[in-house]
Design a protein around this ligand. Structure first.
Ligand code: NAP
Ligand code: ZN
Ligand code: ZN
Length: 346
């Protein structure tokens, strides 16, 4: 076991502080990664505050990891020392169920092993990316294309793939009207990716505060959801809506913005249940769906797509000792548009 520096929440709701955590020795198929940058996802905050329950503490959050390989196990074939790599939301899965075999490891029937706040097959807790190093199986590691700087690439490992997967699955593209609800970490990548896929993109944000940014990111239209007229004006407009909001929304109202046969995909993970007026579905054969991150092959595909289109995340780079302050700002929707920890400050 090696001990590495990390930032951890010692208990639910406690501020994160510097500590050390163990990393397993580099195994046959493992790579040792020197972490350069780790994005702060809203899921880190939900979990560090035990909003989803059953949190394992101390917890080292972080599943948007970008770094460089510094050691490889003897059986590693896909990576070499010096390679630029990323690790997202999971680091293992059963590898044999039908979902794993299809490259949908995130829906593994045995449950994938989360990058943090989970337990590996050895029963030991997993610790995430707010750390200097991590040991990961090469099969759960992806390559970051040379043209993507590591700091702006880090958030793609969760925010990027979480929007890319449903946008591609529900066929966002030319001739499609797509709305992204919430212009935060996930939402801003949704705007960039949907625009690059050729869709007509609308941002639905609480206010018009971020409107100029929205257009710069690639949106064609921008509306405030605090204005009740928005829901009247845009009724029946969209083929696809992706909601990224971290708190319960009035989904019945948002469903009314879909055309007949349209789909609302929710990727936000609020801590409380939502209620729904089912007439908002049945009166126009609409679909309400969910989606969780993406598989390993699809994550690689997303990184290559982002490199090809020059899409990185818009980031605010912070020192590790600013993480608690960053959490407060994310909770106030005051982030443009992803905080990224410089791991050299841990
Ligand atoms: P974020 O950066 O905080 O963005 C969420 C955005 O939602 C905010 O920027 C804000 O945008 C909007 N919002 C906030 N409060 C709102 C309210 N009361 N009413 C309406 N809109 C509100 O968070 P994130 O990192 O993008 O994550 C968003 C959610 O997705 C979290 O719940 C996270 O756990 C979840 N998540 C899910 C997956 C998945 O695989 N499904 C993956 C990653 C994260 P505006 O200022 O534009 O309104
Ligand atoms: Zn995330
Ligand atoms: Zn599986």
């Amino acid at each position: 076991m090696n001990t590495v520096a990390a930032y951890a929440a010692p208990a639910a709701n406690a501020p994160l502080e510097r500590t050390t955590v163990p990393r397993r020795p580099v195994g046959e198929h493992d790579v040792l990664i020197e972490i350069k940058y780790a994005g702060i996802c809203h899921s880190d905050i939900h979990q560090a505050r035990d909003g989803w329950g059953e949190g394992i503490f101390p917890m080292v959050p972080g599943h948007e990891i970008a770094g460089v390989v510094t050691e490889t196990g003897p059986g590693v074939t896909r990576f070499a020392v010096g390679d630029r790599v990323g690790v997202g939301c999971f680091v293992d899965s059963c590898r044999t169920c039908s979902f794993c075999r299809q490259g949908l490891e995130q829906y593994c029937t045995e449950g994938m092993t989360p990058t943090y706040n989970g337990r590996g097959k050895d029963g030991e807790p997993t610790y995430g990316g707010y750390s200097t190093h991590i040991v990961v199986d090469e099969n759960y590691t992806v390559r970051i294309p040379d043209s993507l700087p590591l700091d702006v690439a880090a958030p793609l490992l969760c925010a990027g793939i979480t929007l890319y997967s449903p946008l591609v699955h529900w066929k966002a593209g030319p001739g499609k009207k797509v709305a992204i609800v919430g212009l935060g970490g996930l939402g801003h990548m949704g705007v960039k990716i949907a625009h690059a896929l050729g869709a007509e993109v609308t941002v639905l944000s609480q206010t018009l505060r971020k409107q100029t940014d929205g257009f710069t990111l690639g949106a064609d239209h921008f509306h405030a959801t605090s204005d009740p007229e928005t829901f009247e004006k845009l009724a029946g407009t969209f083929d696809l809506i992706v909601s990224t909001v971290a708190v319960p929304l009035d989904f019945s109202a948002y469903l009314g913005l879909l055309k007949t046969d349209g789909t609302l995909v929710n990727v936000g993970a609020p801590e409380e249940p939502v209620s729904l007026n089912l007439f908002s579905l049945i009166n126009a054969r609409r679909t309400l769906a969910g989606s969780m991150i993406g598989g390993i092959a699809e994550t690689q595909e997303m990184l290559d797509f982002c490199a090809e289109h020059g899409l990185g995340s818009e980031i605010e780079l912070i020192r590790a000792d600013q993480v608690n302050e960053a959490y407060e700002r994310v909770l106030k929707s005051d982030v443009r548009y992803r905080f990224v920890i410089d791991a050299s400050t841990i």
